[in-house]
Design a protein around this ligand. Sequence first.
Ligand SMILES: NC(=O)c1ccc[n+]([C@@H]2O[C@H](COP(=O)([O-])OP(=O)(O)OC[C@H]3O[C@@H](n4cnc5c(N)ncnc54)[C@H](OP(=O)(O)O)[C@@H]3O)[C@@H](O)[C@H]2O)c1
Length: 159
Amino acid sequence: MPFSIIAAIATNNVIGKNNKLPWDIPEDSEYFYKIINGKPVIMGRKTYESIGGAIKNSQNIVLSHNHLLQLPACIVMHSISEVLDLYQDSTEEVMVIGGTDIYREFLPFVDRMYLTFIHSDVDGDVYFPKWQKDEWVVTDKRDSKSSLYSYSFVVLQRK
Ligand SMILES: NC(=O)c1ccc[n+]([C@@H]2O[C@H](COP(=O)([O-])OP(=O)(O)OC[C@H]3O[C@@H](n4cnc5c(N)ncnc54)[C@H](OP(=O)(O)O)[C@@H]3O)[C@@H](O)[C@H]2O)c1
């Protein structure tokens, strides 16, 4: 079950603000949808709400502690272990798309990360969890910029 994380992260580790992305970077949104296309996605209930619906072309797994929650075109699950069980025999790449607790709890099971590093401190209220950089090797890196931000698309593999 190959789990991968995809996230866009500011220099101060901010990933969100007021349940939205704190930036508008069209190239990063395009990159996100290109990388996840057709793959199962795992997200927390707030990230689901911030996206505003199920992602097309993907199996959508939404984590919530609310056992009454039902969401259109999504499978609602209630624990990380339920998700790990679902994909234990899977060989396809399963994308972990946030937020904070979901990233943190899946990190031990993840062997690839697609991280967009935004080279600025950004005001926000949600952060990427701490991770051990020395456990990862960069396999791809591309720098780019928009009118407001410079950023790098980095792919990391667990050593
Ligand atoms: N920059 C990026 O790449 C990126 C990516 C994703 C999200 N974001 C941003 O991050 C923010 C949303 O993330 P967030 O960290 O606030 O929330 P989140 O992780 O998306 O959702 C949190 C919710 O997920 C559920 N949950 C978490 N762990 C669970 C577990 N082990 N078992 C069952 N349910 C669990 C709970 O739902 P219930 O309360 O329903 O029980 C919890 O309240 C937004 O601002 C969004 O724009 C940014």
